[in-house]
Design a binder for this molecule. Sequence first.
Ligand SMILES: C[S@@+](CC[C@H](N)C(=O)[O-])C[C@H]1O[C@@H](n2cnc3c(N)ncnc32)[C@H](O)[C@@H]1O
Length: 264
Amino acid sequence: MTDKATTLAHAAREAAGSCALVRDPASFSFLRKAVAAVMTVSGPLSPLALFRILRRVAPYTMVPPIGVAFAAQEAAKAAEGGGQIVECGAWMGGTSFAMALAQRRRFGRVRAPVWMFDSFKGLPQPDARDGEAAFRLMERQPRPLAVPVDTVRALRDALGFGESDAPIVPGWFDQTLPQSVAALRAGGGIALLRLDGDWYESTLTALRTLLPLVRVGGVVIIDDYYAWEGCARAVHEVLAAEPVVPRLRTAPGAAGAWFVRAGG
Ligand SMILES: C[S@@+](CC[C@H](N)C(=O)[O-])C[C@H]1O[C@@H](n2cnc3c(N)ncnc32)[C@H](O)[C@@H]1O
């Protein structure tokens, strides 16, 4: 990691007030988890290549190494067939960057652009469907996870990616996702959709708007399925209405759930 990227990441964490959520890539705890992750998650990238990616993005993500490893391997696979990759809830960008780095490692370039959607203003208010734990989080820290979008752009640039590799779309999902549908469709649809917006309404909006764009055989990863009540509720609501109901699978290390978009 360059000095500039380290400084930027530190500034972003300070601004977000969430230093405890990210990992120090030199710590024993991170190294132990990263080694376990690369030995567990298989895919086109070698364990060593995957380990390097995990270390590179560790300061910019709160997702555990096994969750980042799964996203990176799936991105390296998904990009083979074209289309695009979307993350709803990019925060500082770590997991999105891992999905771009995985492609650069495999193909020498980003084949499937990684779209990064986030308010960059922090989490919106939960509602009753999100459960008590969501309200407790918001009481502890009103508007957690705000991070300046310019810092995330600078981190992306420091990793050598441009807007065409990883478009950053700031704003609330109910505005930005519908506005992006035409461009995503024109780009060949979605090969991999990663949902990480925590709450019921955020997950529901993202799934309702983007699931129709996911290619048959495309993968949808739901980071918060086991973590937050409202996320699981939204997933079941949307999937129950699908003509062919996808079967949920548990991601490695129980770092979320995932499914493959069925044909119909
Ligand atoms: C848990 S964080 C994402 C973590 C990130 N994927 C990582 O690698 O560390 C959740 C993010 O979702 C964003 N978010 C949640 N609901 C949103 C909404 N309705 N519109 C826009 N952003 C939203 C928040 O701003 C926050 O940055």
